[in-house]
Design a protein around this ligand. Structure first.
Ligand code: NDP
Length: 335
């Protein structure tokens, strides 16, 4: 693709690796250094997701090749396009597709990507709002849609969200509450109780009590659940899910393993549904984005987000892996 945007240098966060040692640098790059793709985007905002924490700190084998620009999502303006679907000046967003993992991502003032991965900015959203939602928020919406698909309605009973004060969790709490569900939030941080109540949680549960190994069946509490934690907490949620209920499992912030029994499935008709947000078809993404735009209240964006510069990403990455981030962290590469 020929670029009309010139050869001026732009800022990017580059993760480099030598002898198993990972280091993070702010470098000035040229467009020639960007990977192949048919659309060049001027990035307005990206956001920090759990995977970015892994990529920046060199953990979890997230990055395919070094040097690498992380950032699994971004929003911005098309600067140059060889695709019929996009023209310069158009606002776009991207989440998933291995961007920030196998392909250079959004922690940069410029990104070159495949047009198939881009979504036109949904009506009613700007780039800051889109990245307040980001990969985490899209995942939360896909979890809500999965519960709806399983027949869980606002009148069905309470829905529990684990890891509630984190990125996926906080958007999930807000979405469920806006849609009329009764929301129970599980958090390891009592300091976030006020925040979670503001987002719409009416019941607050401690991580400690939800991490107790369950019996095969516990008292029936939840019509549905959105779980980002995995491990014993997911096993407990399954054992506490009501007859006919559904659990959307999407994360492993606590543990990637799951030891459970078949009892919730064979005696209570509970279903366990997996949710991934990296490669869902474009049509599903567009529905999810338009529902996010229509459902989230204007006040919610400010409530759950803060903005950092590229220089602050390394420290914030350590915080997200330590489970210390509240809500969503936006990255503005132009600060
Ligand atoms: P965050 O770090 O923002 O949130 C995770 C939350 O989980 C923390 O805030 C904390 O919430 C809780 N938590 C952290 N560590 C533990 C622990 N050891 N035990 C119990 N709870 C813990 O991350 P995200 O919300 O961005 O992502 C959450 C998970 O979802 C990650 O595993 C991520 O990889 C996954 N994910 C999966 C996607 C997919 O496509 N399948 C897409 C996006 C995310 P609190 O303080 O409230 O307890």
């Amino acid at each position: 693709m020929k670029s009309t945007a010139g050869n001026e240098r732009f800022k990017a966060l580059l993760v480099e690796r030598e002898d198993e040692h990972t280091s993070v640098h702010i470098r000035h790059l040229t467009e020639q250094q960007l990977p192949e793709g048919d659309v060049l985007v001027g990035v307005s905002h990206s956001s920090l997701n759990y995977k970015d924490g892994l990529a920046v700190t060199g953990r979890g084998k997230i990055v395919a090749r070094y040097p690498h620009v992380p950032g699994v999502d971004f929003a911005g303006t098309v600067l140059d396009s060889a695709s019929d679907r996009f023209t310069p000046g158009e606002e776009v967003l991207l989440t998933g597709w291995g961007v920030g993992e196998r392909h250079w991502g959004g922690f940069s003032q410029r990104a070159r990507v495949k047009s198939d991965w881009l979504v036109p900015m949904p009506a009613g959203l700007d780039s800051k709002q889109a990245m307040t939602i980001g990969s985490a928020g899209l995942t939360a919406m896909l979890c809500v849609m999965t519960l709806e698909d399983a027949g869980i309605k606002p009148g069905s009973g309470p829905v529990v969200v684990t890891g509630a004060a984190g990125g996926v969790g906080s958007v999930a709490v807000m979405l469920l509450s806006e849609l009329g569900y009764e929301v129970a939030a599980v958090t390891g941080r009592a300091s976030t109780h006020g925040f979670l109540r503001e987002l719409g949680a009416t019941q607050l549960l401690s991580r400690e009590e939800m991490s107790l190994p369950p019996r095969p069946l516990e008292s029936q509490r939840w019509a549905g659940a959105i779980d980002v934690v995995g491990g014993v907490m997911l096993a407990r949620v399954l054992a506490e899910t009501k007859y006919g209920g559904a659990v959307a499992a999407t994360g492993l912030a606590g543990d990637a393993t799951l030891t459970t029994s078949v009892m919730p499935f064979i005696l209570r008709n509970v279903s366990l549904r997996g949710v991934e947000s990296v490669t869902p078809p474009r049509s599903l993404r567009e529905v999810a984005w338009s529902r996010l735009s229509a459902t989230l209240p204007q006040t919610g964006y400010r409530r759950i987000s803060r903005i950092i510069s590229l220089e602050e990403v390394e420290a914030a990455s350590r915080s997200i892996l330590a489970g210390e981030i509240r809500g969503r962290v936006l990255v503005d590469p132009n600060l």
